[in-house]
Ligand binder design. Structure first.
Ligand SMILES: [Zn+2]
Length: 433
């Protein structure tokens, strides 16, 4: 049976469609990792269409433009409602002032004041900060996000900021991982220690963004009690540098999928990669970039959004959608699309994780039927409960739309044993809603 007919068979199951594609205001949750070449820029769009941008990349024309493109053209936003600057390194706050010229930013949050010398870029950032409403974010704070009617509850909590951490309570369980398994890390005297750490919850779905917090401080989340619990998605901390990603924390979080916002010469550290490989819950590790250093230990190319060196880099982003399926079964479906490999000699996307390469390009349907096929495939997604689906953008000859059929790995602890996903849909963002 071809993959295409396999897909058609699943369509016949006939289930309700999740809110797929356009994230803004459609009831689904969207997360977009923008390629800012080893900086941070993670965009969250809530089911109510509210937006939270976490960090802004560097102070150059490229990064604000890439963020604005994803925000406006992909996520269909007209403004950034909340900007969180996690700490005062230029790969995080550098693009803020310039970005605000490309898309309005309504409020900014950060951990307070710089602890080091006032660098020129920090001075520029603070001058800009005075022009927008401003809040200092503290550990335990919840971001003020609107709920969307008929969807699961959403929450974005600050777990740490300025070296203050969420307090342990009776609900936090002792960590079975012994403290002796935590490596020694040097004391951190850098701005990284100030990092705001965020936990996004949508129904049962959880996403941990540790910014650039370093290993000694990360241990506070894991030992002696697990303060965070398990999550679905782990943004690999600090671009994948080995001074972060304490293996005890990574194992405690037990993520199913990781996304590393590394650069072609930044991140992807050997100890970080070892920590990810040793975490048995992980089914797929994504990278924004291939690390081009000799002997770099990259995740498989299929899971990398940008493979080529600087001049060839298209700045592809990685995108995730969590579609609610009613309040009782929130986050039933997760769709992760790596917009990648466009122009890589025609090489097409393949699915991720353990199901790698089970599918190839599906037979192309007639052009008129393509969008309809994509919509039907979208319906399939909600039939396979808690499935994570991964695919990659394909350009013409399919008129910008392609339906790519493959098996997909499940969201580990959420997926019934033995269950399998069905299909992924890739195409022009926004056309599948
Ligand atoms: Zn950084």
């Amino acid at each position: 049976m071809s993959h295409w007919s396999q897909w058609l068979g699943l369509v016949a199951l006939g289930v309700m469609a999740p809110g797929l594609g356009r994230a803004a205001g459609t009831g689904s949750l969207g997360v977009y990792w923008v390629d800012v070449e080893g900086g941070g820029a993670t965009l969250i769009v809530t089911p109510a269409g509210e937006s939270v941008l976490i960090d802004t990349g560097l102070d150059n024309p490229r990064d604000p433009a890439r963020i604005a493109r994803v925000a406006k053209d992909v996520a269909r936003l007209t403004q950034i409602d909340h900007l969180v600057v996690t700490h005062f390194d230029i790969d995080h706050h550098g693009g803020a002032a310039e970005l605000s010229k490309l898309i309005p930013i309504r409020r900014v949050y950060d951990p307070g004041d710089e602890i080091g010398q006032a660098e020129p870029m920090y001075v520029k950032y603070v001058a800009w900060r005075k022009t927008v409403p401003y809040t200092v974010l503290k550990a335990g704070d919840a971001m003020p996000l609107r709920e969307a009617e008929g969807t699961a509850r959403i929450g974005l909590t600050c777990l740490a900021a300025a070296q203050q951490f969420l307090a342990a309570g009776p609900e936090h369980k002792p960590n079975p991982i012994p403290a002796s398994e935590a490596p020694e890390y040097p004391e951190d005297r850098s701005e990284n220690r100030q990092s705001i750490v965020l936990l996004l919850r949508f129904g049962e779905f959880e996403f941990y963004d540790g910014a650039d917090l370093t290993g000694r401080l990360e241990a506070k989340f894991a030992l002696p009690v697990n303060l965070v619990g398990e999550v679905d998605i782990y943004q690999v901390t600090h671009h994948g540098l080995d001074i972060s990603n304490n293996p005890v924390l990574v194992r405690s979080l037990a993520p199913t999928v990781t996304v590393m916002n590394n650069g072609e010469r930044k991140g992807c550290g050997p100890k970080t990669r070892a920590a990810l490989k040793a975490t048995t819950s992980i089914q797929a590790n994504y990278q924004l970039h291939k690390n081009l250093a000799p002997n770099a230990d990259n995740t498989p190319d299929e899971l990398i959004a940008n493979l080529g060196p600087g001049a060839d880099c298209k700045g592809n982003h990685i995108e995730l959608h969590v579609a609610p399926d009613g309040a009782a079964h929130a986050a039933e479906t997760v769709l992760l699309v790596a917009e990648a490999h466009v122009g890589q000699g025609g090489r097409l996307a393949v699915p991720c994780g353990r199901a790698a390469r089970v599918g190839t390009r599906a037979p192309a349907p007639a052009a008129d039927d393509t969008l309809g096929a994509a919509r039907r495939a979208a319906r399939v997604l909600s039939s396979a409960a808690r499935v994570i689906i991964l695919g990659v953008d394909v350009v013409a000859p399919f008129g910008g739309i392609a339906v790519h059929v493959h098996e997909a790995p499940g969201i580990g602890r959420h997926l019934p044993h033995g269950a399998r996903g069905a299909a992924s849909v890739v195409g022009e963002p926004g056309e599948l809603a």
